[in-house]
Ligand binder design. Structure first.
Ligand SMILES: *[C@@H]1O[C@H](CO)[C@@H](O)[C@H](O)[C@H]1NC(C)=O
Ligand SMILES: *[C@@H]1O[C@H](CO)[C@@H](O)[C@H](O)[C@H]1NC(C)=O
Length: 447
C-alpha cells in the first residue's frame, strides 16, 4: 500500500499551494480620486488577505492617522475599511490617505486615496441685468456652472412664459465646451425670452439652474415703441447688417491643448459674424481626415475624439468664413500618457534556494520611472541583501532564503500619475513546504 501511494502521487503545481503563512495582499481599495458626500457615512475601502490575517493602519497626508482616537471614524472588523461619519467639520477629512495591511511577513500598501468632498452645486442667487444688444452682433451668455467635483453636464433652456424648452442649437447658436451659450449674431426673435443654464450633476443626478437672463435685441422698429431705452442703448442700436468673422472661442489666433491618451479630446472653434460664418478644419495642412474614432459635432464647430491617441497630436487649423472675410485659429494638440501596465509583478512562492524575479513593466509619455519599496520602505534605504539585485524594472533573487520574504511595491510614475503594485515573495520554510504539498496530494491507490 505504501508503495502504491508513492507511485501515484501527483505533484501539485507550486502556485496552487496555499501556504499556511502568507504576506498580505490588498484585495480592495477606493479609487485614487475618491469623491464622497459628507452628509452620509464616508467610506474608504481597504481590504486585504494574508495569513495570519493582516492588521490595518492608515496614513493621512503621509503621517500616521490615529483612527482609534477619532470618534467620528471607525474601522471595520477584519478589514481596514473606514467609516467616517463627520458631524463636525467634514473638511478636515479632505486629505490624502494610504492604507497599510501588515502581518509578520510583510506590509502591503494601497495607492494614495485622495478624499474629496462632494459639494452641492450652488449658483449665486444674483439678479442678472437684461442683456440689451443690437441685432446682428455676436453674444456670449456665460454659464459658469459650479465646478464640482464632479464636473456637471450643462445645457441651456429658454422660456417664453409659460413654456420652457431647450435652446435649439444650430450653425448660429450653440453651447460651447465650457457651457457658455454662443450666438454668432443675434436676431430679433432671440429677444424677450429668458435664457437659463442648467447643470446636471451625475453624482446625485441633481439638476440646478442658474438665474435666468433676459435678452433684448434692438432693431430700428423696436426703438420706437416697445421699450424705453437710455440714450446709450439708442446709440448701440444700429443694426449690424454684415460683419467679418471674429473668434468667440477660443480667442486669438492660436492655442494649445494637452490631452492624456484615452481621455476625451475636444476641439472647438466658435466665431461671431454676420452672416453666420462657416467653420472648416484642417490637420497638419491637409483636410481633416474624419475617422471612426472622431465625431464632428455642433455644426462643424466641434471635433470630439472620445479616446485620444498619439496619432491625434498635431496642428489643427479652423477657419471661419463668411462673405466679408475669413479668420484662422491654430490649435496645437499634444498627447501624453499616464503610466499603464505592460506587465505587473506577480506573487512569488519559492522553496529555499530557488531563484525568482519580480518584473514591473509599464509605459507612458513621458516614460515612467520605476521605484521599488520593501514593506513600504524605499529599497535604497532598506537593509541590503546580497542575493537581491534591482535593475530598473526587475528585481532578481538568487538562491532565496526566508529573509527575502516580504511585500515588494513597485511605483511606476510620470508627471501625469502613477501605478502602484504590490507583490510578495514568500519563501517557504523547508518543512512548511512539505506540509503544504501534502495538503494537495491526490492520493490514489490502485486496487
Ligand atoms: C509614486 O511615486 C510618485 C512620484 O514620486 C509619488 O508622487 C506617489 O505618491 C507615489 N505613490 C505612492 C503610492 O507612494
Ligand atoms: C428666427 O428668425 C430666423 C430668421 O429670421 C428663423 O430662421 C428662425 O427659425 C427664427 N427662430 C425662431 C425660434 O422663431
Amino acid at each position: 500500500n505504501m508503495f502504491a501511494l508513492l507511485l501515484f502521487v501527483e505533484m501539485p503545481d507550486l502556485s496552487l499551494v496555499l501556504p499556511a503563512r502568507q504576506p498580505p495582499t490588498i484585495t480592495k481599495q477606493s479609487l485614487q480620486e475618491h469623491i464622497v458626500d459628507p452628509k452620509e457615512t464616508m467610506v474608504m475601502e481597504c481590504e486585504a488577505k494574508g495569513n495570519p490575517h493582516p492588521i490595518f493602519s492608515w496614513r493621512r497626508n503621509g503621517k500616521y492617522f490615529n483612527v482609534a482616537r477619532d470618534s467620528q471614524v471607525s474601522m471595520r472588523r477584519r478589514s481596514g475599511t473606514l467609516d467616517i461619519y463627520a458631524k463636525h467639520n467634514p473638511e478636515q477629512y479632505e486629505a490624502e490617505y494610504q492604507c497599510i495591511a501588515s502581518n509578520q511577513y510583510g506590509s502591503a500598501y494601497t495607492h494614495k486615496i485622495r478624499l474629496r468632498l462632494y459639494r452641492p452645486p450652488v449658483w449665486p442667487r444674483e439678479i442678472l441685468e437684461p442683456v440689451v444688444i443690437s441685432a446682428g452682433l455676436p453674444l456670449v451668455l456665460p454659464c459658469d456652472a459650479p465646478p464640482g467635483p464632479p464636473k456637471p453636464e450643462t445645457y441651456w433652456m429658454s422660456s417664453s412664459f409659460p413654456t420652457m424648452q431647450a435652446v435649439r442649437q444650430d450653425r448660429r447658436v450653440s453651447m460651447g465646451v465650457n457651457g457658455d451659450l454662443y450666438f454668432s449674431n443675434v436676431l430679433v426673435n432671440d429677444s424677450t425670452t429668458d435664457y437659463c443654464c442648467s447643470a446636471r450633476f451625475p453624482y446625485k443626478n441633481m439638476i440646478q439652474q442658474k438665474m435666468p437672463v433676459v435678452v433684448k435685441v434692438l432693431t430700428s422698429e423696436s426703438l420706437n415703441t416697445r421699450f424705453k431705452f437710455s440714450p446709450e442703448s439708442l446709440q448701440a442700436a444700429r443694426t449690424v447688417a454684415e460683419a467679418a468673422p471674429t473668434w468667440l472661442s477660443p480667442k486669438g489666433s492660436s492655442s494649445s491643448i494637452l490631452v492624456l491618451q484615452g481621455e476625451e479630446l475636444l476641439l472647438e472653434c466658435i466665431a461671431g459674424g454676420m452672416p453666420t460664418p462657416r467653420i472648416t478644419w484642417t490637420k497638419d495642412g491637409e483636410d481633416l481626415p474624419v475617422t471612426s474614432r472622431m465625431k464632428v459635432k455642433n455644426f462643424n464647430k466641434m471635433i470630439q475624439i472620445p479616446k485620444a491617441s498619439f496619432e491625434d497630436a498635431g496642428e489643427y487649423v479652423c477657419t471661419a468664413t463668411n462673405k466679408i472675410g475669413y479668420i484662422e485659429h491654430t490649435i496645437t494638440v499634444r498627447v501624453r500618457a499616464a503610466p499603464f501596465w505592460l506587465e505587473r509583478p506577480t506573487n512569488l512562492i519559492l522553496a529555499p534556494e530557488e531563484n525568482g524575479q519580480l518584473v514591473c513593466r509599464s509605459d507612458g509619455a513621458p516614460r515612467p520611472t520605476i521605484s521599488w519599496s520593501i514593506n513600504g520602505e524605499p529599497i535604497e534605504t532598506s537593509t541590503p541583501q546580497p542575493n537581491r539585485q534591482v535593475s530598473g524594472e526587475t528585481i532578481t533573487f538568487r538562491s532565496v532564503s526566508t529573509e527575502n520574504t516580504a511585500v515588494y511595491q513597485c511605483n511606476a510614475s510620470n508627471e501625469h500619475g502613477y501605478l502602484l503594485a504590490n507583490a510578495f515573495v514568500n519563501v517557504l520554510r523547508k518543512f512548511c513546504y512539505l506540509e503544504n504539498i501534502q495538503l494537495f496530494f491526490k492520493v490514489s491507490t490502485k486496487p
